[in-house]
Design a binder for this molecule. Sequence first.
Ligand SMILES: [Cu+2]
Length: 193
Amino acid sequence: MMKQSIFAGATALALVAGAVAQDAAKAAEAHGAHGAAGAGLKKELIAGLTEKDFLKLGDKPKTVKLNVVAVWTAENYGMNFNGYAKGAASYVIPEGWTVEVTYINPSPIPHSLIVVEKGDLKKLQVQQPAFKGAAVPDHLKGLAYGKATFTFVADEAGEYALACGFPSHALNGHWIGLEVSATAKEPSFAPVK
Ligand SMILES: [Cu+2]
């Protein structure tokens, strides 16, 4: 009797251990989706950051804060912002608003961020941003393992993009949309349908 109940207990334990191991494997796999391109990520650079932080209203009126993270997932070999590449998601900013951008790259591969006109996405590299000050420093050189901020006033409605300024990356899809809208009342960030 005693023997059997010990045996049963051990089996139950083994089952629990198995289930835990399986969950861990699943979690690792799910992270792998982030992963592959995410090898060597400095996770502390994005610690505590969630998708809700991609867009937040600023402290002052008509001010918005964007967190734009390169290599958020493995999408497009890591050449994505906030998990989207090739314009698959877009910010909408009401015309005249001030945009405070934080660019983060947790990966060892250099990337950068610059606001360009959509037509400039076909260029190998873009020297100047579409709005004054709308790029990280040294956007052509890129920044690995780091963070940079810039602020600009979205003072002209039109179709723009938040693109990686590292030569050829935008051509390879490292960009998301940025529409400056004369009619939108609130800023937004969403996948493009
Ligand atoms: Cu890039």
